[in-house]
Design a protein around this ligand. Structure first.
Ligand code: FDA
Length: 402
């Protein structure tokens, strides 16, 4: 592995970016276009690993409906400025400039038609055109403040930089290069780091709760909803061997904490109470479980009847009974015990406290020249392209001034 400075003493650069993911590369492009000398280092052996694995290999690179309301943060206003100054349309223009074909899947989610490799190629081509130097397999060991900026000891020599941008992401998927380095660095320079936890992650069940549902693994409800308190999503769910997954579950996982009351709407597109009353008129001899199997997956309908509702011929139920069954199916309590954790989580909630950062530049309020961008910051998007849009927008905001 050759030294970064090629044996000619220490390396000097204007901007050193740690982390060659979505945020770091966007920041690099933006800063280098302003004429800044930019070096990006990453300890992984290739750049943008999360981009490559995202969106099932097709990268859901933005969401055209992005608004600050799609993000969780201790300060819900923090993301506004950056998101307003680098919009989904700005990134789409870049995608079109590179001739990448894309499509809208649903709800404003834009995906590559072909492969997420095209987004990484786009970023690297833009880096090359702007003169950015990108070095992989180059971790950072130590950072200290100097009169001119920062001295950063990397695995391949010391780098001196005026500006230091931390774009090291969160803790999700450690096997893809995730590390807590950004949080440690933030603390080293006096920044508060808010508690972190896995988000956009499947939920697990345990004990009798798991026993009730485990053999339903593979049963999917494409429209099912989830709710914790007043926060609700309607995007579908899937029973797994260990618990629950699917878009509705991933979304609500960002709002759920152990002990919270989690509710499922098993058939949000049908008014089940009225429907059951109507079905009783149409087929009075049919058993409840068989009627329910027309509104829910059959195995689930049977299991719910075994667990809670006694399955009798429909004629034996009163209106009030059927309406109560309908009400329960729209607000089904389920006791989750935990999450699948960082191993499978798409993002990390919490992180570098935005109180210590400028919302327009991402610059530290405590240490001039130090910036935090992307997932390492306490800004976490919903499922659906919002997290990449935050990475592009926050990277761009820092790149304009770093
Ligand atoms: P990111 O994690 O991308 O990059 C950080 C970089 O820093 C990595 O390259 C890492 O190797 C490097 N690094 C870490 N520590 C270091 C150290 N100590 N020294 C040097 N380098 C270091 N979002 C979305 O909007 N649409 C989608 O389709 C998906 N899909 C998706 C699927 C899966 C499986 C996951 C895990 C995540 C998603 N996401 C997503 C979320 C999205 O990938 C995520 O929010 C962004 O990649 C965050 O970008 P960052 O640049 O902040 O961090």
């Amino acid at each position: 592995m050759c030294a970064l400075h090629g044996g000619s003493g220490r390396l000097k650069t204007d901007v050193l970016i740690v982390g060659a993911g979505a945020a770091g590369l966007m920041c690099a492009i933006t800063a280098a276009r302003r004429g800044r000398r930019v070096l990006v280092v990453d300890h992984a052996n290739r750049v943008g690993k999360k981009i490559l694995m995202s969106g099932g290999g097709r990268c859901n690179f933005t969401n055209t409906g992005t608004s600050p309301a799609n993000y969780l943060s201790a300060n819900p206003h923090f993301a506004k400025s950056a998101l307003a100054r680098y919009t989904p349309a700005d990134f789409v223009a870049l995608v079109e400039k590179h001739g990448i074909a894309y499509h809208e899947k649903e709800l404003g989610q834009l995906f590559c038609d072909d492969s997420s490799k095209q987004i990484v190629r786009l970023l690297l081509d833009e880096c090359a055109a702007a003169g950015v130097r990108v070095e992989t397999s180059c971790g950072v060991e130590r950072v200290r403040r100097t009169d001119e900026g920062f001295a950063v000891l990397t695995a391949r020599g010391e780098v001196h930089a005026e500006s230091l941008v931390v774009a090291t992401g969160g803790l999700s998927i450690p096997s893809m290069g995730a590390s807590g380095f950004g949080y440690e660095l933030a603390r080293q320079f006096g920044h508060a780091v808010l508690p972190v936890r896995a988000a956009l992650v499947p939920l697990t069940l345990s004990g009798k709760h798991q026993e009730h549902y485990a053999d339903l693994a593979g049963v999917a409800l494409p429209l099912a909803g989830t709710r914790v308190g007043k926060r609700a999503f309607r995007a579908g769910l899937l029973f797994t061997h260990r618990g629950l997954s699917g878009p509705s579950i991933l979304q609500i996982s960002s709002y759920w904490q152990p002990g919270d009351d989690l509710r499922l709407d098993l058939a949000p597109d049908v008014g089940l109470g009225d429907w059951l009353v109507q079905q009783r008129g149409a087929r009075p001899a049919a058993e409840l479980k068989n009627v329910l199997a027309d509104a829910l997956p059959k195995r689930l309908a049977q299991r719910l009847c075994e667990l809670v509702f006694e399955s009798r011929p429909m004629r034996q139920y009163r209106d009030a009974d059927l309406r109560e069954i309908g009400r329960q199916l729209h607000d089904w309590p389920i006791t989750a015990s935990g999450t699948e954790g960082y191993r499978t989580a798409e993002v990390t909630l919490g992180g570098v406290d935005t109180d210590g950062l400028s919302s327009s530049t991402m610059q530290s309020r405590l240490v001039p020249g130090l910036y935090f961008i992307g997932e390492v910051v306490d800004v976490t998007g919903w499922l659906g392209g919002y997290n990449f849009q935050w990475a592009w927008a926050s990277g761009h905001a820092a790149g304009e001034v770093a």
